[in-house]
Design a protein. Sequence first.
Length: 479
Amino acid sequence: MQETHGAIVIGAGATGLACAHTLHRSGVKVLCLDSARNPGGVMSTHQEGDFLFEQGPNTIPASATTFRRLTQETGLLDRLIPSSSAASLRLVYRNGHLHPLPNSPMGFVRSKLLSTKGKLHLMTEPLRPMTRVSRLDTEPSLEEFLIDRLGSEAATVLGSAFVRGVYAADLTELGARSAFPRVFNLANDAGGLVRAMLRARKVAKSQPIELPPGPNFPQGSLLSFPTGLRELPLALARGLGKHMQLGRCVTEIERGPKGWLVTVEDGATFRTETIVLATGPRDAHGLLAMTTPERTDVRPLLDLPTANISVVHLGLSQASLPPAFGFLVPAKAEPRESAPRLLGALFPSNIFAGRAPAGGAVVSAIYHSHSLTGLDTKGAVELTLEDLKRGLGHSPGGLKTARIHHWKGVIPRYGVNHDRIIAKLHDTVRRALPKLVMAGTWTGGVSVEDRLNTGVEAAGEVHAMVDGVNKASLKQADA
């Protein structure tokens, strides 16, 4: 008789691995399946000679508690490395030059990023009343919210650059509450952004500080590992052992009277009491559409816009880069004809040691994939070198090696009322398909810490569903 798992997690990105790891540690009989040959999803690192290229995220904030806890549980705490001082300097392209992003009120006063009028509008934000939005109201777009609070110039320059770096999106494509729920809700409650910041600071001072596991890194530090962020997903997958199966593409999930039947591409089947969908929205829609009752509408997953991103990595010799984290380019950068066409560029070898040989550097340039349409590798590299020259004002250095990675549909765009649409979808699926948990990238946020948190929360939902016998049986079976 085929054994029944307590849970099957479909997807071995950050979310799926965090979920499967949490369930496994607590004794649930779990199986994690993914079609990829390597775990981690976008947490992927490539070593090319002495150059190390992060194909997805490069850094994690030192304040990321869930990341730090998982690092502790996988025995990686002593491998954490903090960012250099250069990581604190962020640059924004405007009017043909790179400008430091100010990190203090006086810095904004002195900065050339904004005009005098733009600075005055920004500094008088606390004096302007904010119209509060109830949960029943249609949320403003991020553009509407930022223009209302910061003014048109600050929204167009600062807001646009930041959002392109996080979501690879324009301000009009995102909902203020859906894309940045914590910031929006704090401002909505307090009556403005500055008031929200002051209130949050007051609350933080009155509460005990919960330090994340591991060393005390300087405030504002960013973290990684000597061989890149891939170390965490590799460690999580190792910890799962036989409960992690890669190269297994799930083709069908079927609800039966005694739980779920999961079928993979080679025809093998697995029985499980619960399922966690930790995939992208398109893959989740494909599986749900085959198994949900006819009147259950899962089209919002198919309709969710996503960003296609291409990352051009350059390994440089005799590099000439500013001592900074990198630079971002606003959507309407001027002068239009000579502005870089990229979303932004990171300087990973400035952030962490060991990313490039002595005297060399790594630059990772991020593009909308359509910006590279029709270009082969040589053409894409030439475009990147030209864009870096436009941004920096000079050649970044001699090219030693290059690598391009394309991510299709990698970042979902949380548009206006996305939060309400997804909440309704989850409620619909929960009623139609008991013991199925949706934990994909369409919910919970897009940062690595967001994805890890979503995975841990999904494990908590599974705990409320799984029969206690399954939890006990795993401990006995693995003893």
